[in-house]
Structures are given as C-alpha cells and as structure tokens.
Design a protein around this ligand. Structure first.
Ligand code: ADP
Length: 476
C-alpha cells in the first residue's frame, strides 16, 4: 500500500475544464482498489470551497506567495482532498486559469507555484500524521514540485504525468525571486526554457518517472511535430518515459445506469435516446448517421477540418449535433453553419448532463484532433455503443479499432480512423461511416464491439500502482 499525493489543478466533480479533471477524479478510487491511498491536493478556487463539506485545517502558511493560507482536509464525492484555502490566489470570479475575458490571470505563475510549494511542504511533513511516499504531479501546474522538494531537502519520489505538452506554464525570468526558485538552477539542465522559467520543464527534468496518457502520445512526444519544443528534453529522459492510457469512470459513464438518459444495455436501446437527442437539438429525422462532437473549441481539436468535411457529409443525409465552447471565431463559424443547414445544430456552452445524452443518442462521435494525448469522449462513446470517427493520433490511435478489412473480417472493429489529419481524409472517413451505417448488420456488430471494449481504469491503475511500488522499494 503506497501513500500518494496527487497534485493537480482540477478534479471532477469539484472543478473541471477538461479531461485532466476526469482523470484526477477517477484514478484515486481505481488506485484504492489496488491498495494505494491517494490524497488529492487542489487549489481552493471559490467553486471548490463552496462544494466542500466540513473540513479540518491541517496546516497553515503565514505568507504563501503574497498572503496567508490554510490547508483544509476533507472527504468529498468519494475523494480524500487537501485544499489550499488562499483567498488572495484563488477566491475570484471568472475561470480557474483565465478571467471573464479569457485572458490568463497575470499571477498564474504564483497561483500554481503555490500549489507546487504546498505539495513539497506536505511531502516534508507539514501535515501532522500523514506524509506521502510518492508525490504525483499532473501537468505544468504541478511542475515546480521537484524544485521545491530540492530546495527544502525533502527526498520523496516525484512522478509526473503529461496530459498535454502544449501547455508549458512559462514565466519571465524576473519572477525567479518571487517564486522562490534557486537562481543557480535557472539553466537548461533544470527549468530554464529559452530564457524563461518553465514549470513543465522543471517537471520533465526533475521527475523520477514521467508518464503520459497513451503509448502513441509517448512516442509522438519525442518528435518535433508533437513535442512542442520539449522533444529534446524528453529524448534525454526516454528511459523514464512511459505511456499509460487513460480510463473512464465506469460508474459515471454507464449506459445501463445513467440518470441523464433512458438506460440501455444493448445497441437497440439507443433509439429512444436518439429521438430525445434530436428533439433537444431541434433536428428532424434523417437517412444518414447522427454524429455528435463534444469538445473545447480550439485549433487542437480540428474543428476547421470538420467545417471542411461537413458539406459532403450533409449531402449524404448525415446530421451533426455539436456542444462546445472556446475560441470565439470558431464558435461563430459553427453557429453560422448551424443557421445554414437544418441538419446541423450547435450549442455553445459547457453542459455535462447534455454530454451524457449526446453519447447515448448519437450514432457516431467525431474527434478530428490534430493531436490528442488520450481523448476521453471517444472512450465514453465506445461504452455507449456510439461509433468513434477519429484522427489517427495519440490515444485516439490506441483506443479505437479501425474498420479495416482485416478488423472487419475478424469482427473486432469499433470505429473509423483517418490519416493524414486533413479535411479531405476526414471527409473520406465520414463517407466510410455512411457506408457502414447503411449496412445494419455490420453497424450493429460494430456497436456491440464498442460496448464490449474495456475502457475502465483497472489495467492502467495497476500500471501506476506498479510504478509507485518500484520507486518506494528503490528508496528502501
Ligand atoms: P481535453 O482535456 O483536451 O479537453 P478530453 O477529451 O481529454 O479533452 O476531455 C474533455 C472532457 O471535457 C470530456 O470529459 C468532455 O466530455 C468534456 N467536455 C468538453 N467540452 C465540453 C462541453 N462543452 N460540455 C460538456 N463537457 C465537455
């Protein structure tokens, strides 16, 4: 049994902007089933503090990057959380990373340095009665942990998971002092990245083990096309880098027991949900497949490729229901596409409950990402018998079995993959989807295959468990 401290900037169901929160929310209980105990250290954003029940103050800080702070321990939503109650850093209206206008908070370096600093303090024993044997940080917000561990002389193994290498958490060099970092370590071997402080690089150079969220992404990260400038750093750490695919919370995403849908256990049960979904999105009946897309709307997610591939798909009788928010220009272009065609319906916003109905009611889900470390929506879709159409990249490559002749002959196909990641190839994939949808026996078989595919955390949690155990054992 290993005592583990997760260090993470979001955790479902307390606070979520993307897949990182789902992982932080679901992996602890999967690890508990392996015998480990995970406590999750989170910033005390206003929304998080509002959701905490009775908490206990387990540590205090007189001056945590500009003000006093308390560390609160609490059990909430099946999670054992430690929350940093530091109003000067986290108690504000707006997003958790950016203000209402979408501008990053100017003090993000301090806000997440504080998260990493408190993690190192917990590892150093500031919480009476509990110290972790492993500190496990997630993405750049936890990146400075090894620097603070080293500064405090605390020797606890640090594991780091890359959920998305695109976010570096850079800060200007003149923040060295404000962040309490050692000037002597501001070098390319540690956390200097082209003259800036890079929290991500601090983690990549300082972690004992680096994991990322799929095997294909682990390979991709070593290339200039995907490594976002960190491919060299990771190349030096190749022996310590491993890909472990994400799972999903099978209790939250369970078509047989989902309060947001008409529950079902076979593909036939999707029909009633499809009608409900069409109604909800104001779509009529159609001959082709009803596709959904649930996503942040950013360049990464290939929304422009969708816009390119869409006309031919609609001409063949397809429908699209899309839920997302993000880039204003993409939002407007999508709304225009919806206004032009009665078989396209777009909802801008974030709606967890609606996303469940979309998984249940759709025939197919579209994930045309330019890069996708793991991707979760295709995993939910598989469980709900919804056929994924995905770009051949990252976790999308590892979790979907393409309807190739060989896979069809063996009866194992679960979706359609396309490569290269272009609008044209995506259009061809949608054409293929239409062909498959037009053959009911084959289509049903794919839906059944999808529903059978294991997408839970069991296997991957066991891999994390083994990593922790090896590191603890090596310390003796
Ligand atoms: P990323 O972390 O890059 O955003 P993932 O596919 O790993 O992508 O995870 C995205 C998560 O956020 C999924 O749980 C998805 O269902 C959810 N999500 C994204 N956008 C929305 C939205 N507009 N409404 C509801 N859920 C959303």
């Amino acid at each position: 049994m290993t005592q583990v401290l997760f260090v993470v900037s979001e955790c479902a169901p307390l606070i979520k902007t993307g897949g990182l929160a789902d992982v932080a929310g679901a992996l602890p209980s999967a690890l508990a089933a392996c015998g480990d105990r995970v406590r999750v250290l989170l910033p005390g954003y206003r929304v998080v503090l509002e959701k905490l029940g009775k908490s206990q103050v387990v540590a205090s800080f007189g001056d945590l990057f500009g003000g006093p702070a308390k560390l609160r321990a609490c059990e909430v939503a099946g999670l054992d959380v430690l929350v940093i109650d530091a109003p000067h850093l986290y108690d504000r209206a707006g997003g958790i990373y950016a203000d209402m206008s979408g501008q990053d908070w100017p003090d993000n370096p301090e806000r997440f340095a504080a998260l990493s600093f408190v993690a190192a303090s917990v590892a150093g024993g500031c919480v009476t009665g509990w110290t972790p044997e492993i500190v496990h940080g997630h993405d750049w917000q936890a990146g400075l942990v090894p620097e603070y561990l080293q500064g405090a002389g605390v020797d606890v193994p640090f594991v780091f998971t890359v959920h998305n290498i695109a976010f570096h958490g850079n800060a200007p060099a003149d923040k060295l002092e404000a962040l309490g970092l050692e000037r002597g370590r501001f070098t390319p071997e540690h956390f200097e990245f082209w003259g800036q402080i890079s929290a991500l690089k601090a983690a990549l150079t300082g972690a004992e083990k680096i994991t990322t969220v799929s095997q294909t992404y682990a390979q991709e990260l070593l290339t200039p096309a995907f490594g976002m400038g960190m491919e060299g750093v990771l190349g030096d750490r190749q022996g310590d880098l491993v890909g472990i695919v994400n799972g999903i919370d099978e209790d939250v995403w369970d078509p047989a027991n989902d309060p947001e849908i008409k529950p079902y256990t076979t593909p036939a049960g999707k029909a009633a949900n499809k009608l409900a979904l069409q109604k909800r999105f104001g779509l009529g009946r159609a001959n082709g497949p009803l596709c959904v897309l649930v996503s942040r709307l950013t360049e990464q997610k290939g929304i422009d490729l969708l816009l390119e591939a869409l006309p031919a798909f609609l001409e063949r009788g397809g429908q699209l229901a899309l839920l997302g928010s993000g880039d204003t220009k993409l939002e407007l272009t999508l709304l225009e596409a919806g206004a032009r065609d009665s078989n396209v319906s777009v909802k801008i916003g974030y709606d967890e409950a609606l996303s469940h109905l979309m998984m249940a009611g759709a025939d197919a889900i579209l994930v045309p990402s330019r890069f996708e470390p793991c991707g979760l929506t295709q995993l939910y879709a598989l469980r709900y018998g919804t056929v994924p159409v995905v770009a051949l990249t990252g976790g999308l490559a590892d979790t979907v079995i393409n309807a190739s002749p060989a896979a069809m002959a063996r009866g194992v196909a679960t979706g359609v993959q396309f490569f290269p990641v272009t609008g044209q190839a995506f259009g061809n994939a949608l054409g293929r989807l239409g062909d498959l949808y037009g053959q009911p026996k084959i289509w049903r078989a794919m839906q059944r295959n999808a529903m059978k595919q294991p997408v839970g955390w069991q296997v991957s949690a066991a891999e994390y468990h083994a990593i922790y155990a090896r590191l603890v054992e090596a310390r003796g």
